[in-house]
Design a protein around this ligand. Structure first.
Ligand code: SF4
Ligand code: SF4
Length: 137
């Protein structure tokens, strides 16, 4: 049975150069659509992608990827922040590894959200005390 599954992959520093997507296509006969890809200044990699193919092949492919120490989770489809709920406490900043949530102005210390950088890992959703961040389905 052909299925499509969305995944969030977190690569440890040592595996950011592994040609994972090439392997998924060539060795597991999968179609891969990349939504977001980022490498942090610390060298960690983040990848958000859709994978389409036989369910068994997807399972084997994810087992292969996990064998490199890559953390795999299903993706929350998108993340938004409600400006009215956010009190700019800054708690989310340390959880946002790609800098999508950051201090926009050092004078006001207001936290801004850049959705173009967001990789939908969901960490801010889990760690915002005001429930200002939420997933969109
Ligand atoms: S943790 Fe929540 S309330 Fe605090 S700055 Fe981030 S989004 Fe705003
Ligand atoms: S979901 Fe939240 S923590 Fe994750 S990248 Fe997007 S803004 Fe940052």
């Amino acid at each position: 049975m052909i299925i499509t599954q969305k995944y969030f992959l977190h690569f440890p520093v040592c595996e950011t150069n592994t040609p994972i997507v090439y392997k998924l296509v060539k060795d597991f006969d999968l179609e891969v659509n990349i939504f977001r890809a980022r490498v942090t200044s610390e060298g960690e990699g983040y990848l958000v992608l859709d994978v389409k193919g036989e369910a068994g092949s997807i399972t084997k492919a994810m087992e292969y990827i996990a064998s490199f120490g890559v953390t795999i989770s299903s993706v929350k489809k998108g993340v938004v922040r409600d400006e009215n709920l956010c009190n700019h406490c800054g708690n989310c900043i340390s959880h946002c590894k790609v800098g999508a949530l950051h201090i926009g102005d050092m004078k006001t210390r207001k936290v801004v959200f850049d959705d173009k950088l967001c990789i939908a890992c969901g960490k801010c959703v889990d760690n915002c005390p005001m429930k200002a961040c939420s997933t969109v389905f």
